[in-house]
Design a protein around this ligand. Sequence first.
Ligand code: ADP
Ligand code: ASP
Ligand code: MG
Length: 414
Amino acid sequence: MAFYVQKYGGTSVGSLERINAVANKVLNYKKSGHDLIVVVSAMSGETNRLIGLANGITPDPSERELDVLLSTGEQITIALLTMALQKLGAKARSYTGAQVHILTDAAHSKARILDIDGERAKRDLADGFIVVVAGFQGVDKLGNITTLGRGGSDTTAVALAAALKADECQIFTDVDGVYTTDPRVVSDARRLERITFEEMLEMASLGSKVLQIRAVEFAGKYNVPLRVVSSFEESEGTLITYEEDGMEQALISGIAFNRDEAKLTILGVPDQPGVAYRILGPIGEANIEVDMIIQNVGADATTDFTFTVHRNDYQKALSLLQSTAKELGAREILGDDKIVKVSIVGVGMRSHAGIASTMFKTLAGEGINIRMISTSEIKISVVVDEKYLELAVRALHTAFELEKSSENVEKTKH
Ligand code: ADP
Ligand code: ASP
Ligand code: MG
């Protein structure tokens, strides 16, 4: 007997047939004696369809109204799943985010959960109900509907698991766990039995969309046991854990990539104090997030400055940079929105040298030019041309022998 918060993603509830299948699955857990809160996403494609509708009215809908619209996707699924459960004879009730008091800040489309008052859900659980909750949505203190950012149903599930002290938060999806890289790109990618919070956080922030980054953050902070499992087949899935002594440790755990990148360069700016601020200040003020930054060694009292932004912000960043260039008397501006970031991640990097050189040698061997590099303690990222994404990921996957279990890798290395 345990208490689980289970989350079923868009593909898992993508048709009436699949919703019925989820209802059966949930009911089996209930019949085995478990208490259940079930968080669901909108049916696959629905959130994009709603965004399309909004854009059909105006290219620039108000954030408040967009959240009102987008939250309906999940509201459809909770009602349908609850009907399916009731049809099977189960006691079940559905709730929107607001109804279970998922209180967020007011940052529409990327709201953060501040508090959850779980009393209502607790009462229902005690009365034997399966509680079905809409993912991805909350309400701010003024009662406005908010949404939590794409993939945000993961975060709803983890936050509920933390607030109500569930024994485990289970993320049911269309893959049977976290893989060494996206199995859609590398067919022999391998499922990881465990991955540390730290590594999962890096993977998520570097583009692996299997878990929303905030869900991982939340689970790490509140110590929520988190597991990614398949909706469609029986499997242990992947457990996200703290690093333990004696845990099987690979040098590299995984490869993440991000297609949503663009890069901008300003050439020939004066090499003097305050220039970085004058270039990036307006970008930050426009709420554009900057990822990598490179400043060249100055020559002739001028220097070049390159940075990357989300591809959606490319045009806006470019026009801001054009006015900065005029003010600074810069020589030229270059932009490229056909670039991607590929990253290797692993806590094993801390204690092993030579990983970067293996990465660079592998890419060189494939004739892939590296445009930018950035490193941290447990990751190395490179920016390459978009057309090389698949090739780079596959070559690195092979070079680091990620298709083999880490035990094998250790054996071959020593
Ligand atoms: P859901 O709709 O269930 O939330 P998502 O599409 O958000 O599902 O996440 C699952 C998808 O994440 C998989 O289908 C897979 O293509 C992708 N993915 C990216 N990186 C990984 C990885 N390292 N391991 C597993 N899946 C990954
Ligand atoms: N429906 C939302 C999205 O597509 C939230 C989610 O699925 O987690 O991003
Ligand atoms: Mg998702």
